[in-house]
Design a binder for this molecule. Structure first.
Ligand code: C2E
Ligand code: MG
Ligand code: MG
Ligand code: MG
Length: 275
């Protein structure tokens, strides 16, 4: 009887796995169609200096309205795009389009582009960045690539070489979701980078929990001793922003400062364009 029950359970799991695989294949097919039909769009989320309140730049976030399903989060479809290889075409489109957009913005504003770990494993990324900068006319110092610790870990040597080459063009590198990877300090020690993006999970308790606050304080101290600015992600409340300001955090990004979407030109233009 136990055997029959066991067999039945295995059977259930197999069906479940088949179903998941089927859904991923269907999504992969739709992703390829979206690539062909140029169906992706970009949303921009503002990043601001905490001390001055001025806009420093925008992060570009990929958006996909999947036919028959509605908007799907990149957290959900990027892994599938990586699995099926569509990420290379998608990543190239994001980089090109974001740089073309940013080249039309007022001078000081930067554009931050997320890069997948798979892109970071290919030397083609270096040439692509060069070409996109040349064609868009965007100054290299206004482009920032966001890479996660996990993306770097996959093939460390190669990622290091690729990042160094890109950085030597004058492009900036930010470590995204800092503090959630499994070897954050090792990452800091061995990789060239220009900014730390403190993961938004640290924000949830920063005003109420002394322990969370202590960790944030320590990461900010780390940034200062490495002479690298720290940007806090996922800032949703005034109280969080106040703590960050008190603790000397450099920049902030989050719903409090602006939701991802179209750029608010009024916001951009009421600022002095040059410092
Ligand atoms: P990420 O790079 O850490 O991007 C920040 C995510 O946090 C975005 O989610 C953004 O909408 C969300 N967010 C911003 N402010 C707040 C806030 O105050 N509260 C909360 N709860 N969330 C906030 P999104 O757009 O769903 O993107 C998810 C992830 O997908 C990104 O995380 C990034 O890893 C990836 N992604 C997005 N666009 C691209 C892309 O063009 N290429 C690649 N390779 N990955 C991308
Ligand atoms: Mg990011
Ligand atoms: Mg992030
Ligand atoms: Mg994140």
């Amino acid at each position: 009887r136990a055997k029959a029950e066991f067999d039945q359970r295995i059977c259930y799991y197999e069906r479940e796995m088949d179903e998941q695989a089927r859904q991923r294949r269907a999504m992969a097919r739709d992703l390829w169609t979206a690539v062909e039909e140029n169906a992706f769009t970009l949303a921009y989320q503002v990043q601001k200096s905490i001390s001055s309140g001025h806009i420093t730049g925008y992060e570009v976030l990929l958006r996909w309205d999947r036919p028959g399903f509605g908007p799907v989060s990149p957290a959900e479809f990027i892994p599938v795009a990586e699995e099926c290889g569509a990420i290379y075409a998608i990543g190239a489109w994001v980089l090109k389009t974001a740089c073309e957009d940013a080249a039309t913005w007022p001078e000081p504003y930067k554009i931050a582009v997320n890069v997948s770990g798979l892109q970071l494993a290919q030397f083609e990324l270096v040439d692509m960045v060069k070409m996109v900068l040349m064609q868009s006319g965007l100054a290299p110092g206004r482009l920032e690539l966001e890479v996660t610790e996990t993306a770097i870990i996959a093939d460390k040597k190669r990622a290091l070489a690729i990042l160094s080459q890109i950085r030597s063009l004058g492009v900036q590198i930010a470590i995204d979701d800092f503090g959630t990877g499994y070897s954050s300090l090792e990452t800091l020690r061995s990789f060239p980078f220009d900014k730390i993006k403190l993961d938004r999970s640290f924000m949830s308790e920063v005003e109420t929990n002394e322990q969370s606050k202590a960790i944030v304080r320590a990461i900010l101290a780390l940034g200062r001793s490495l002479r690298v600015p720290v940007l806090a992600e996922g800032v949703e409340t005034r109280a969080q922003l106040d703590v960050l300001r008190d603790e000397g955090c450099n920049e902030a990004q989050g719903f409090l400062l602006g939701r991802p979407g179209r750029i608010d030109w009024a916001d951009m233009l009421e600022l002095p364009l040059r410092a």
